[in-house]
Design a protein. Structure first.
Length: 282
């Protein structure tokens, strides 16, 4: 009975152990696949970072050209406004005001020098002359600022046409840079999708690995239970053999004493030793 029970326990132990090892091998294969997916994802991350850097560099360059185009547009608007003022003749703006003030100053200075005036009238003219000179300085500053903005343009219409061409070129550059940046942006979007797909695959692998390892642990527990049972059975068999050895030793020691026994008494003696009962000789 113990022998068949031992054989059954050993067979179950080997079965559980094989199943455990098989499941662990499958889990290791999935781990290797997961590591490959992670490596691929890291490469794509690096590629995406490169694409982002290229895109951002193009966007930065595009922004500079946009700013330059806007400056040119402002200058064109200023030149057009200035050209309109020039065409209006008397209403030329600050330049006309400065011209009128300078003419009035010359007139008053000449009048003071040529015509006799009373002290009171002369003081009035001098006071007016002082105010006009102050106004002239203010107008000169305005004219200087306006000319600085316009860049001392001689041929306004020609300059406007020139600036329009520059504006067009800047616009062309902006468009080209935008299209290039969009290509890199689209690549970033595609790579992001691929990264998300790989993440999902990695998560799936992790779930599969977890299930396999849980099953492997279950078979490992069963294998350990069978191993413990095998140890217990073998321990009992060892103990039984040890008892038989002791009986044989006792029989050998008593061999001289039992030579005079009848056959049935010898059998009785041996059986008693096995059962560890005390017997009396006949």
């Amino acid at each position: 009975m113990k022998k068949s029970e031992l054989r059954s326990a050993e067979e179950k132990f080997n079965f559980y152990k094989e199943k455990r090892n098989e499941l662990r091998a499958q889990a290791r294969e999935l781990m290797e696949e997961k590591d490959m997916l992670r490596e691929k994802r890291e490469k794509i991350f690096e590629e995406m970072r490169t694409e982002k850097e290229k895109r951002n560099a193009l966007v930065s360059e595009m922004k500079k050209h946009k700013e330059e185009r806007e400056k040119i547009r402002e200058k064109i608007r200023a030149l057009i406004s200035y050209s309109r003022d020039m065409r209006k003749g008397a209403n030329r703006g600050v330049e006309k005001q400065l011209e009128d003030v300078e003419n009035e100053i010359k007139r008053i200075e000449k009048e003071i020098q040529v015509k006799p005036h009373s002290v009171e009238d002369e003081n009035k003219l001098i006071d007016k002359l002082r105010k006009l000179r102050v106004q002239r300085e203010e107008l000169k500053k305005e004219v200087a600022n306006k000319r600085k903005l316009l860049g001392e343009v001689d041929n306004i219409e020609g300059e406007i046409e020139k600036l329009k061409k520059e504006e067009k070129e800047e616009g062309k550059k902006v468009k080209e840079l935008y299209e290039q940046s969009q290509k890199h942006h689209e690549m970033v979007v595609e790579l992001s999708k691929e990264i998300m797909f790989l993440k999902e695959k990695i998560d799936e692998k992790n779930k599969e690995i977890k299930k396999l390892l849980e099953k492997a642990d279950s078979y490992n527990e069963k294998a350990n239970e069978m191993l413990q049972k095998i140890i217990e059975i073998k321990g009992e068999r060892k103990k039984s053999k040890e008892e038989e050895r002791k009986i044989l030793e006792e029989l050998e020691e008593k061999s001289k004493e039992i030579t005079e026994m009848k056959d049935e008494d010898v059998d009785k003696f041996i059986e008693a030793l096995k059962k560890k009962k005390k017997i009396s000789y006949p």
